[in-house]
Design a binder for this molecule. Structure first.
Ligand code: PEP
Ligand code: NA
Ligand code: MN
Length: 610
């Protein structure tokens, strides 16, 4: 339906849609698209848009014999990832953005954006895409609208979220919504009327990914790539939603959600935060190596958590699809993901096989003899460069995942039994440890880290801190985020989930990984479930409760005893050195660090010295 039709058809007295129409008109007046198309999220619409993108040379249709209804997009080589240095949190007060975000004064940024967006959609169509994050109308869900001049983004949004006209009914009835504006920044007509040919991947060398937390708006310019352009995802569901959550008493987190069932049929739900490139999607789709246990997928990237009427913390996956990294996804590392991608998938920057299917490093052990690489060039195994971009992606509906849980889209969410914090640590952090209590758990979340360089055993290299795995995604001061978590703990009281720290990446003196990882991580999941149900013991250490090694299920793993010991070794000297680094890290946030976390650090040092 066009904007004109909507205006004429709707003769009702003033409702929530008036603001939407005024906003769409305002953005159109600024950006000057040729046409405005309101999206309904239907299959017919996706089919129409993908056909149009193929006709324009912006998508390549894959061979339907191998990959039905699937497409390959090749980006501009300069538009392949999120641009953190061009991502801005424009809060009124700089201190509210905190030391880990780029801040700009909101009025100045607004003026700058007005200039940048002026005429930016000339010669293009502007799509109006209404979406729901979470089940439409659900108690933890939110709605938003994205305006975009990219059909690729409109189609991707339709896979990653619930796009439906029902969202407009909710808005008409008064539901709050988040406005998001996106332009690839490649107008086809200049202000003086000069026409330009379109290109396969329009974008601009000038990029802005801008969040206004107080007015809850997103403006994105110059990129067509996932996290920069599908604004419902990182920009809304994490940066803006984290601020909404702070103000309203809930949590918007960079977490997967899984449903775990024990051999006795007891069901658990876990949420887990890992920095990017720590195997989050793999854990979300884990196929357990141990008999009797099942792990089902609810979400692989984002969780919204809210206290339910029964006092427990309930979670939804606000998304409806996966935007996963392709390289490293293969039969042995994540067969479930490979099966998910059987069709109805958009691939971005992977390699094209001669038979019209796709390939990426790690999909199979042996590469094909010839490929067209992600830049459209001939490639052979001897080319000396990857065929797929290391950040090449797949976009696919969650419903297509064979391990998706029956309650993945539960209206009220699922009750969370445990929260896991992970990182990529060669040293210090054991395979698994349980936090003593919520406050200790918040300390663990606040200090998540990965080694920047491979560190020798017994020393700690430079640590890249990624608190709550939210470093690029927290829409406000990170230290205030920790305070908010502490407050959530007060609110949850005895209903607070148990908190655990996990690390699949600890290495031995020789630099070799001590733990096999992947499907064997189910053994750690088992221990966590046993702790939650109260059937496994633990050993107290200064850094938390460790497993009683004899109680761990390590059958058939063939792990040398000394490796098992090394996986759980707590070396006081090395941990004291890490405490010094934590001090330095906390110092960046000055007085905003909650006293409870400074107390946790002091207590950790005290017990390490004892
Ligand atoms: C993204 O880059 O769009 C994205 C989803 O980020 P990540 O995979 O790092 O979470
Ligand atoms: Na990225
Ligand atoms: Mn992520």
């Amino acid at each position: 339906m066009s904007i004109a039709e909507l205006t004429i058809a709707d003769t009702a007295p003033s409702d929530g849609m008036d603001a939407v129409r005024a906003w769409v008109d305002d953005i159109a007046a600024l950006t000057r698209p040729d046409e405005i198309v309101w999206c309904d999220g239907s299959l017919g619409e996706a089919d129409r848009l993908t056909k149009q993108l193929v006709a324009e040379g912006k998508l390549i249709r894959l061979n339907p014999e191998w990959r039905p209804n699937s497409f390959l997009a090749r980006t501009d080589p300069g538009d392949v990832a999120r641009v953190e240095d061009r991502t801005f949190i424009c809060s009124e007060d700089e201190a509210d953005a905190g030391p880990t975000n780029n801040w700009r004064e909101p009025a100045a940024m607004r003026a700058e954006l007005r200039d940048v967006f002026a005429g930016s959609m000339r010669g293009r169509t502007m799509y109006v895409v209404p979406f729901s994050m979470g089940p439409v109308g659900g108690p933890i869900s939110q709605v938003g609208i994205q305006l975009t001049d990219s059909a690729y983004v409109a189609v991707s949004l339709g896979m990653m979220t619930r796009v439906t006209e029902t969202v407009l009914d909710l808005i008409a009835a008064g539901q709050e919504w988040v406005p998001t504006v996106h332009s690839v920044g490649f107008p086809l007509v200049d202000a003086d009327g000069t026409r330009h040919d379109d290109v396969a991947w329009p974008c601009s060398t000038t990029k802005y990914i801008v969040q206004f937390p107080e007015t809850r708006e997103v403006w994105s310019y110059g990129s067509g790539y996932g996290g920069n352009a599908i604004l419902a995802k990182k920009c809304f569901a994490l940066r803006i939603a984290s601020v909404m959550a702070r103000d309203e008493g809930w949590l918007a987190e960079h977490m997967l959600i899984v449903k775990v069932t024990s051999p006795e049929g007891r069901v658990f739900h876990f949420a887990a935060a890992f920095p990017s490139a720590c195997g989050k999607t793999n854990l979300a789709m884990l196929q357990p190596s141990i008999p009797g246990w099942t792990v089902e997928t609810i979400g692989d990237d984002i969780a919204w958590l809210r206290q339910g009427p029964d006092g427990r913390l309930r979670a939804i996956n606000p998304e409806a699809g996966f935007f996963g990294v392709a390289p490293g996804t293969g039969e042995t590392t994540n067969r479930t993901a490979v099966e998910t991608l059987w069709g109805n998938t958009i691939f971005t920057n992977v390699a094209l096989r001669d038979d019209g299917d796709v390939w990426w490093e790690g999909l199979t052990d042996e590469p094909p003899a010839h490929l067209i690489d992600w830049e459209g060039k001939d490639w052979t195994p001897g080319s000396g460069r990857p065929a797929a971009h290391p950040n090449s992606r797949f976009t696919v509906s969650a419903a297509q995942c064979p391990s998706i849980a029956d309650d993945w889209d539960a209206f009220d969410g699922v009750p969370i039994d445990a929260i896991l914090f992970g990182g990529r640590r060669a040293t210090n952090v054991p395979l698994v440890a349980q936090a003593r209590d919520w406050r200790h758990g918040v300390f663990i979340g606040a200090t998540i880290s990965s080694e920047r360089t491979a560190a020798a055993e017994g020393t700690v290299g430079e640590l890249r801190r990624d608190p709550f795995a939210m470093l690029p995604f927290c829409g406000y001061n990170m230290a205030d985020h920790w305070a908010h978590w502490l407050e959530m703990g007060e609110r949850l009281g005895e209903h607070a989930p148990a908190v655990f720290q996990v690390n699949w990446f600890r290495t031995g003196d020789d630099g070799r990984f001590l733990w096999p990882g992947f499907s064997e991580n189910a053994r750690v999941i088992e221990w966590i479930a046993r702790r939650v149900e109260g059937s496994a013991g633990s050993v107290s250490t200064p850094i938390g409760q460790l497993p009683v090694v004899e109680e761990l299920d390590l059958d058939g793993l063939d792990l040398p005893e000394e490796d098992v010991a090394a996986l759980f070794e707590v070396d006081p000297q090395s941990w004291l050195a890490e405490c010094d680094l934590t001090d330095e890290f906390f110092a960046r946030f000055g007085t905003r660090v909650p006293a409870a976390l400074r107390a946790e650090l002091a207590s950790l040092r005290y017990h390490l010295r004892a």
